[in-house]
Design a protein around this ligand. Sequence first.
Ligand SMILES: [Zn+2]
Length: 329
Amino acid sequence: MSMGFPDVRLRRLRRTSMLRAMFDSAPPSPAKFVWPVFLVEGDNRKEPISSMPGQSRMSADELLRALHPVAEQGVGGVLLFGQTEGGKDEGGSGAFDDTGVVQRALPLIKRAFPDLVVMTDVCLCAYTRHGHCGPLGRDGQVDNDAANGLLSRVAVSHAAAGADVVAPSAMMDGQVAAIREALAENSLENTLLMSYSTKFASSMYGPFREAENSAPSAGDRKGYQASFANLRAALRESQLDEAEGADILMVKPALFYLDVLARLRDRTDLPLAAYNVSGEYSMLHAAAEQGYGELYAMARESLTALARAGADIILSYWAPFYTRIFGKQ
Ligand SMILES: [Zn+2]
């Protein structure tokens, strides 16, 4: 017998749907998914985001309503993005205001959905007048170390309000160590720290910036976010954050960076998150709209790719549509 064709026929293993179901990996369960959401001030506000079909900016009361069907499907968590209207300043102090939208929503969500893992994005860009992720120094660049002090205050205020996970996304050097220390000093040592550890300066964030009103008014973020053309530096970003005490690492965006996910998976035993960003979500909608593919089939294939590449958890705008994408579990 030969070790190849015609004795070996791989089609035998996938001849029927039950054979395929038997040998395929299980799809990622709903518990692996986290839904990123955009909180706004006030009540009864649900404003559709035109560049992200099916997603809205919501006030806390509307978010609670929207979370019911999501939690019912078994989705594991939610990631909160806050913003301020009219309260922007040079240092983004609204981000650590105890009466900010995130700080006020946290106890409401925890009370209504005690089992849901509630995560918060920790950054300043939706709260600074200039839209950068930290205060600007005299040279016009973000002042790294000053940003770390402010980011620590944001993380502590979120954790104190009940966040299960704080997730710094500013890509400042040393931000994880600074936040870990600040949490410890405030007796918040049980709060998980998920670092946006390998976050690229990407063209795939466009729809998000519409949702968050967080586009920089001048310049870009290439001075602090990782370069997509430098794999080694991108991997070092995650390895340093692991050394600084992160509990969970992340690759963002996800679909253009499956190689980075897979390599990081080989280098760390920490849980790995993939952030399936706004542009990745919206491009499938745009393709489906043009008739270039079936929406939920494309979503299923792309999300399965993230799990296959090594993601333990998937942050995705597809989370509320889990059952439509993967069927009943
Ligand atoms: Zn930011």
